[in-house]
Design a protein around this ligand. Sequence first.
Ligand code: ZN
Length: 298
Amino acid sequence: MFKKSRALPPEVVILRILNERMELTEKDKQNLWNLEKGYEGEVKFDKLIQHLETLILNDLLLEVSDSLFQIDTLIIFQGKIYLIDIKNYEGEYFYEGGVFKTNTKIEKKDPMLQLKRCQPLLRQLLQKYGYAIPIEAYLVFINPEFTLFQPSHNPQIILPTQVNSFIKKLSKLPPSLTGRDLKLADLLISLHITENPYTRLPKYDYDSLQKGLSCAKCHSFSLSVSRTILTCECGFKERVEPAVMRSVNELHILFPEIKITTNLVNEWCGAVASKKTIRRILKENFKAIGNTKDTYYD
Ligand SMILES: [Zn+2]
């Protein structure tokens, strides 16, 4: 049972829009790719554990003693916590004495570090609220294309071929949740911090972003419009209205403070549709505020 489900990280949502409308640096592109890949692995793991009769809390961001720490998956079960970090790495890696390397000998960040840091911080946070609960931490490599060479097996590391038996072991535990388990889950959810994603993003401004409606299928801006139907160069057809609404949504995500007016949306959509059409779409989908040429929509 998911007490707290996982959503696409806001950073990914924003970077995806920016990636369409501006030239991202290689670093930002890499960051987007890594985030997408990580998310994909987490969702895959969610599907495997969704049947467990335990309390599952995804994507927690917590703080104790001025230290922020993030948890991919936390499972509460009969007075025990399973702290799980998921990696979607692909390829061959070597891991020895805390040094993590690709098969081309490029050294990467030790994947155990996050857990090693989280576990004591979580313990400290729980103690603060009067809980002394055992915490078991696991690092799960979810991608079947991943191979790890290590001199001795670390029981905290779950390799792709071990994931199913790991989950089977969890599902064999007798399913009885206590009121205390539920109370603990609610406490952790209430302590979750919603992060402001805008602080970690590349700088962008309205003027330099590409304007226009994009294809829902291939994201191209090369669309032609005939009456109320958009046709993309890839052949995909869509009604104008959902495309405009998608664009307005993007505008709102990128600039949460901006006032949505007919003129602005018309410009943002690359003047593909008529202003009359834009005004009608906005009127039908939002609440109009003001009744002059300065009308904006909320
Ligand atoms: Zn297309």
